[in-house]
Write a protein that binds this ligand. Structure first.
Ligand code: GDP
Length: 180
């Protein structure tokens, strides 16, 4: 289901985990790998093409909520305005909203727009889960270094690395999501 206005959102029950990330971070690919169903999310090669909020049911309790990309380029901020108030409302009112997965290209993590969202999480009772994508682009050593650096920069936050190309890291991530 796609929804754009808060009143049109599905019932506020169970656990909802938001997926967020700058366009091209690899979020759609990760969603596919995470749900092991290639029909669930379309992989878009055009940055910022997704304009709706989409819900994916994992089981009776757990829903994944896909947000449009944010902050891809300076001009991309207009898109951010589109979901700004809705996201604010989500943070303030949504009981089932428990965590945000923030997808970031492992080679370019923690951009300003990522940090904005991480700060928004910190100000509320919502967990923030950094997920570094495209880990196949780096050596094992560099992946470990990147994970450690992001975790350190965020004050010791548990940080995950995944590759949608090689299907690596998703079991661990799904285990975490199912623990909510
Ligand atoms: P989104 O905009 O965040 O949803 O990003 P997409 O999932 O559409 O991916 C953006 C681009 O990165 C596409 O060209 C993908 O093929 C590529 N990509 C996504 N995940 C991976 C990955 O794990 N490894 C590699 N090498 N490329 C990836």
């Amino acid at each position: 289901m796609g929804a754009t206005k808060y009143k049109n959102l599905p019932e506020d029950n169970g656990v909802e985990i938001l997926l967020a990330g700058r366009s091209n971070a690899g979020k759609s690919s990760a969603l596919n790998a995470l749900t092991e169903n290639r029909k669930l999310a379309r992989i878009s090669k055009t940055p910022g093409r997704t304009t709706e909020i989409n819900y994916f049911r994992v089981n009776d309790d757990l829903k994944l909520v896909d947000l449009p990309g944010y902050g891809y380029a300076k001009s991309g901020y207009s898109r951010r305005k589109d979901w700004g108030p809705l996201l604010g409302q989500y943070f303030e009112e949504r009981q089932s909203f428990k965590a945000v997965l923030i997808f970031m290209d492992i080679r370019h993590p923690l951009k300003d727009s990522d940090l904005d969202l991480i700060n928004l999480c910190r100000e509320s009772e919502v967990d923030c889960i950094p997920v570094l994508t495209k880990s196949d682009k780096l050596s094992k050593n560099k992946v470990a270094q990147a994970v450690a650096k992001v975790s350190r920069d965020l004050g010791g936050m548990d940080t995950y690395a995944v590759s949608s190309k090689d299907i690596v890291g998703f079991n661990k991530l799904m285990k975490l999501l199912l623990s909510y």
